[in-house]
Unconditional design. Structure first.
Length: 130
Protein backbone atom coordinates (compact mmCIF):
# COMPACT_ATOMS: atom_id res chain seq x y z
CA UNK A 1 0.00 0.00 0.00
CA UNK A 2 1.27 3.47 -0.83
CA UNK A 3 2.00 5.85 2.01
CA UNK A 4 1.27 9.55 2.44
CA UNK A 5 1.93 12.06 5.20
CA UNK A 6 -0.69 14.56 6.27
CA UNK A 7 0.16 17.55 8.43
CA UNK A 8 -1.78 17.80 11.67
CA UNK A 9 -1.66 21.57 12.20
CA UNK A 10 -4.10 23.56 10.05
CA UNK A 11 -4.91 20.46 8.00
CA UNK A 12 -6.50 18.24 10.65
CA UNK A 13 -6.42 20.36 13.81
CA UNK A 14 -7.20 24.08 13.79
CA UNK A 15 -4.43 25.38 16.05
CA UNK A 16 -4.77 28.89 14.64
CA UNK A 17 -8.33 29.20 15.92
CA UNK A 18 -7.13 28.37 19.45
CA UNK A 19 -4.19 30.73 19.16
CA UNK A 20 -6.44 33.59 18.06
CA UNK A 21 -9.02 32.84 20.75
CA UNK A 22 -6.44 32.97 23.52
CA UNK A 23 -4.73 36.09 22.21
CA UNK A 24 -7.99 37.95 21.63
CA UNK A 25 -9.31 36.95 25.06
CA UNK A 26 -6.19 38.03 26.93
CA UNK A 27 -5.61 41.27 25.04
CA UNK A 28 -9.15 42.46 24.36
CA UNK A 29 -8.65 42.29 20.61
CA UNK A 30 -10.61 40.65 17.83
CA UNK A 31 -8.11 39.52 15.22
CA UNK A 32 -9.70 37.16 12.70
CA UNK A 33 -8.29 34.59 10.29
CA UNK A 34 -9.42 36.84 7.46
CA UNK A 35 -7.18 39.63 8.73
CA UNK A 36 -4.17 37.36 8.49
CA UNK A 37 -4.65 36.77 4.73
CA UNK A 38 -1.14 35.64 3.85
CA UNK A 39 0.46 36.96 7.04
CA UNK A 40 1.44 35.17 10.20
CA UNK A 41 -0.06 36.04 13.56
CA UNK A 42 3.37 37.36 14.61
CA UNK A 43 3.12 39.89 11.74
CA UNK A 44 -0.05 41.45 13.17
CA UNK A 45 0.85 41.34 16.84
CA UNK A 46 3.25 43.92 18.25
CA UNK A 47 6.74 42.62 19.02
CA UNK A 48 6.32 43.16 22.75
CA UNK A 49 3.62 40.45 22.74
CA UNK A 50 5.52 37.81 20.75
CA UNK A 51 6.67 36.08 23.93
CA UNK A 52 3.03 35.68 24.93
CA UNK A 53 2.18 34.12 21.55
CA UNK A 54 4.96 31.60 22.11
CA UNK A 55 3.75 30.94 25.66
CA UNK A 56 0.30 29.96 24.38
CA UNK A 57 1.86 27.23 22.25
CA UNK A 58 3.84 25.95 25.21
CA UNK A 59 0.94 25.99 27.68
CA UNK A 60 -0.05 22.59 29.00
CA UNK A 61 -3.57 22.71 27.64
CA UNK A 62 -3.07 24.39 24.24
CA UNK A 63 -3.29 21.22 22.15
CA UNK A 64 -5.84 19.46 24.35
CA UNK A 65 -9.04 20.32 22.56
CA UNK A 66 -8.27 21.88 19.19
CA UNK A 67 -11.17 22.17 16.76
CA UNK A 68 -11.06 19.74 13.86
CA UNK A 69 -10.64 21.33 10.43
CA UNK A 70 -13.93 21.12 8.55
CA UNK A 71 -14.23 18.03 6.31
CA UNK A 72 -10.77 16.77 7.27
CA UNK A 73 -12.12 13.59 8.88
CA UNK A 74 -14.12 12.68 5.80
CA UNK A 75 -11.15 13.32 3.52
CA UNK A 76 -8.88 11.19 5.73
CA UNK A 77 -11.41 8.37 5.73
CA UNK A 78 -11.41 8.36 1.92
CA UNK A 79 -7.63 8.54 1.72
CA UNK A 80 -7.28 5.70 4.23
CA UNK A 81 -8.97 3.35 1.75
CA UNK A 82 -6.05 3.81 -0.64
CA UNK A 83 -3.07 4.86 1.45
CA UNK A 84 -1.32 4.14 4.69
CA UNK A 85 -1.55 7.55 6.34
CA UNK A 86 1.06 9.14 8.59
CA UNK A 87 0.32 12.28 10.54
CA UNK A 88 3.20 14.77 10.47
CA UNK A 89 3.47 17.56 13.00
CA UNK A 90 5.78 20.21 14.32
CA UNK A 91 3.94 19.94 17.64
CA UNK A 92 6.92 18.06 19.08
CA UNK A 93 8.50 21.48 19.52
CA UNK A 94 5.87 22.14 22.17
CA UNK A 95 6.07 19.44 24.84
CA UNK A 96 2.56 19.41 26.24
CA UNK A 97 0.57 16.65 27.89
CA UNK A 98 -1.68 16.31 24.83
CA UNK A 99 0.97 14.87 22.63
CA UNK A 100 3.00 12.48 24.72
CA UNK A 101 2.92 9.92 21.95
CA UNK A 102 4.24 12.41 19.43
CA UNK A 103 6.74 14.17 21.66
CA UNK A 104 8.02 11.02 23.30
CA UNK A 105 6.73 8.29 21.03
CA UNK A 106 5.35 6.36 23.94
CA UNK A 107 1.88 5.25 22.98
CA UNK A 108 -1.31 6.42 21.37
CA UNK A 109 -3.68 9.33 21.55
CA UNK A 110 -7.04 10.12 20.02
CA UNK A 111 -7.86 12.77 17.44
CA UNK A 112 -11.63 12.86 17.11
CA UNK A 113 -12.21 9.12 17.43
CA UNK A 114 -9.20 8.12 15.32
CA UNK A 115 -6.40 6.39 17.15
CA UNK A 116 -2.93 7.57 16.25
CA UNK A 117 0.31 5.84 17.14
CA UNK A 118 3.76 7.29 16.85
CA UNK A 119 6.71 5.67 15.16
CA UNK A 120 9.73 5.43 17.44
CA UNK A 121 12.03 5.46 14.42
CA UNK A 122 10.86 8.73 12.89
CA UNK A 123 9.40 10.64 15.86
CA UNK A 124 8.02 13.18 13.37
CA UNK A 125 5.38 10.90 11.92
CA UNK A 126 2.45 9.17 13.49
CA UNK A 127 0.43 6.44 11.84
CA UNK A 128 -3.33 6.77 11.54
CA UNK A 129 -5.08 3.63 12.73
CA UNK A 130 -8.50 3.41 11.08
Amino acid sequence: MKRIAVDMDEVLADALAEHLARYNRDHGESITKEQLNGKGLWDLVSADRHDRLEAYLRSEDFFEDLPVVEDSQEVLAKLAKHYEIFIATAAMEFPTPLIPSIAGCCGTFRLSRRRITCSVETKAFCRLIT
